[in-house]
Design a protein around this ligand. Structure first.
Ligand code: FES
Ligand code: FES
Length: 200
């Protein structure tokens, strides 16, 4: 039975991968420990436990966050997505598939965090966010090309002790291209047909 809330603990409801979880947590419990130790969501990994390695990266309201530096009580009311929530049934998320197809891992320990980060990186880039590697940050310059340097900079919070970086960059590139193509097709489907298309 879950312990009753006290002066040092609180009952919280965490919305994780679209499912609500009710638990009582010590106020010092990190989101990472709540996921792994209380909810058996062990896909999220603990590396340094101090915000340096990115192994514990999850998405909070669609933005990446290192779960070892976030308290579980502060995550109440937020939409949390972990690696367990990325696939749709048997269909992997395109970023997961790209990591698989291009060997974007060796031991796999950093991989859940890398994938969560990459998913957010692709969204951030598509939304036009610049990075420290972006040469022209004027809004009118538009999104920079997602070059290997851009990917390396944007993914620099995620360390890989196996050094699978070359394949990781390739996987993010492929997934970003697929995301861009899908968005482009969506734009075309949304726009009205030209007179030539209507006549065809
Ligand atoms: S375990 Fe959270 S950043 Fe390393
Ligand atoms: S694949 Fe082993 S740490 Fe990255």
């Amino acid at each position: 039975m879950a312990p009753a809330p006290s002066s040092t603990s609180s009952a919280v409801t965490l919305n994780i991968n679209g499912e609500k979880h009710h638990l009582t947590v010590d106020h010092r419990t990190t989101l990472l420990d709540a996921l792994r130790e209380r909810l058996d969501l062990t896909g999220t990994k603990k590396g340094c436990d101090q915000g340096q390695c990115g192994a514990c990266t999850v998405l909070v309201d669609g933005r990446r966050a290192v779960s070892c530096l976030n308290l579980a009580v502060a995550a109440e009311g937020r939409e949390i997505t972990t690696i367990e929530g990325m696939a749709e049934g048997d269909r992997l998320h395109p970023v997961q598939q790209a990591f698989l197809d291009l060997d974007g891992y060796q031991c796999g320990y950093c991989t859940p965090g890398q994938i969560c980060s990459a998913i957010a990186v692709i969204e951030e880039h598509a939304a036009g966010w610049p990075s420290a590697a972006t040469e022209d940050v004027r809004p009118e310059a538009g999104p920079p090309p997602l070059t290997p340097d851009e990917i390396r900079e944007r993914m620099s919070g995620n360390l890989c002790r196996c050094g699978a970086y070359v394949s990781i960059v390739q996987a993010v590139t492929r997934a970003a291209e697929a995301h861009h193509a899908a968005a482009h097709d969506g734009d075309r489907a949304d726009r009205p047909e030209t007179p030539e298309e209507t006549a065809a």
